[in-house]
Design a protein around this ligand. Structure first.
Ligand code: TYD
Ligand code: MG
Length: 456
């Protein structure tokens, strides 16, 4: 879309959708009243940037002529963070760390800065939210710092750019992008155009000077303040920090990564002295399991390259209303409804008059279809009031005709189950047949959901 400098565009504050005219409802994210007028972005990445600085050369180059060495990576010293980043920080990369306010973004990044500074890297932590004193107070809870870390409280990006050019740090933290503003744009800090312009400036700095920049972005549902979603396409890596407010653990999830696989997660626990890594999240998720309870079964989901054991809980009880209630926490409600319909049709279980509640214990959100079998078994266990052996773990995808379909990385899942002391593993038959012998765990391959239900 060709636009002059003064042409106004409209942006959805929730998802960043750009439209030439104002809309009441965003056609993409379906949020209402989120459109705000803003000067159209000046395409900071493609058009506005100077060629030499960004590595864009303005003429086609043969692939064989491009010399690319393995990216220089800096290890942060926080294993969980390094894994989500794809093996450390890439030089000259732009990373967005999003999350709800108060979830621990600043804490995580300050901890990272501390370790990097101790390893001798030159770091500049720029805060537009907290005063030097506040940062100092937080730092004191985390541990001793050395002199390689400098703090700078500023929100004007022209000043920040100037400072970064003079100071020449290796790593820069911007906390948060919503507080930053550029004089080029006549909009308030936190608006979509400011956030985009600011990120454009930082992008040029990062690529031009080879500085790794971390940008903190608060996720907000409100229309007036731009959420980090509008930046996702501009940055190299997008990490979301999530967790329940009442639970102490936090999950760092890679949503986009130009330098590694996404879907990796890192698990942390918020303590008095900052965030601590949770080295074995499966153990953490399974802690406090009830014994001999109906409607509970362990399942295994893959998070990136790592298997994660979770507990699926179901409660199926007679409904006292005309329309039964169905609820799902931590998994997709539609999926639960579908699985229950399959159970009803294929196994003849009369559950249509029953309320059903399905919960993934621990507050994890699981999307993988491999938990289907676990959900189905938990539902039937609760419906029939029969407990499942607590040393049994189940995984597999369920099809509409009640067949159990194969899933990826079965070997890894079984190994994890074995490691955590499970003695029986129910899994798709195709996976079981291809599995290498593992001592100490009984493998039960099932081709239909009936076979799995027979185990209860
Ligand atoms: P913070 O990093 O300020 O969140 P964000 O930058 O994402 O807005 O996290 C603040 C929360 O973390 C606050 O509620 C207090 C808690 N916290 C601890 O529990 N222990 C600690 O050592 C620190 C520094 C914070
Ligand atoms: Mg903060």
């Amino acid at each position: 879309m060709a636009k002059g400098k003064h042409t106004a565009g409209f942006f959805c504050g929730s998802c960043g959708y750009e439209s030439p005219k104002w809309l009441g409802q965003c056609p993409i994210c379906k949020e209402w009243n989120t459109f705000a007028e803003a000067p159209a972005s000046r395409a900071a990445v493609s058009g506005g940037a100077k060629g030499a600085e960004t590595g864009f050369h303005g003429k086609p180059v043969m692939l064989s002529e491009v010399t690319a060495k393995e990216e220089d990576r800096i290890l942060t010293g926080i294993g969980e963070l390094d894994r989500v980043l794809g093996g450390g920080i890439v030089q000259g990369s732009l990373t967005l760390v999003g999350g709800d306010p108060g979830i621990g973004k600043s804490t995580l990044l300050l901890q990272m800065c501390r370790l990097l500074a101790l390893a001798g890297h030159k770091i500049l932590y720029i805060s537009g939210e907290e005063s030097l004193k506040q940062i100092k107070m937080r730092a004191e809870r985390i541990g001793p710092f050395n002199d390689r870390l400098s703090l700078y409280c500023e929100t004007n990006l022209e000043m920040i750019e100037e400072t970064i050019r003079q100071f020449a740090p290796e790593i820069v933290i911007i906390d948060s992008i919503q507080t930053m503003f550029s004089e080029n744009i006549a909009a308030t800090a936190g608006s979509v155009s400011q956030v985009k312009e600011s990120t454009g400036i930082l992008l040029r700095l990062a690529k031009g000077m080879g500085i790794s920049v971390f940008i903190v972005g608060h996720v907000t549902k409100e229309g007036t303040v731009a959420g980090p979603r509008v930046l996702e396409h501009m940055v190299d890596t997008v990490l979301y920090f999530e967790g329940e407010r009442h639970a102490s653990y936090r999950i760092l999830r890679g949503v986009k990564n130009r330098f590694g696989s996404t879907n990796e997660i890192g698990v942390f626990e918020m303590k008095e002295n900052g965030l601590a890594e949770v080295a074995n999240p499966s153990e953490y998720m399974l802690s406090g399991r009830p014994e001999d309870a109906c409607g509970c079964v362990a399942a295994c989901s893959m998070e990136g390259t790592r298997p994660l054991m979770i507990e699926v809980q179901a409660l199926v009880c007679h409904s006292s209303f005309g329309v039964p209630r169905r609820q799902a926490a931590g998994t997709d409600l539609n999926r639960v409804n579908l699985l229950m319909a399959v159970l009803e049709k294929r196994l003849g279980l009369q559950m249509s008059g029953c309320d059903a509640y399905v919960n993934i214990a621990g507050g994890m959100k699981i999307q993988e279809p491999a938990v289907d079998l676990g959900i189905a078994m938990a539902v039937v266990s609760s419906f029939k009031n029969r407990a499942i052996d607590e040393k049994l773990v189940a995984f597999g995808e369920m099809g509409l005709s009640g067949e159990v379909r194969g899933v990826s990385m079965a070997q890894k899942r079984v190994q994890e189950a074995k490691k955590l002391g499970f003695t029986t593993c129910v899994l798709p038959k195709v996976n079981a047949d291809a599995l290498k012998e593992i001592e100490g765990i009984r493998i039960v391959g099932v081709s239909g959901v009936q076979d799995a239900i027979d185990m209860i």
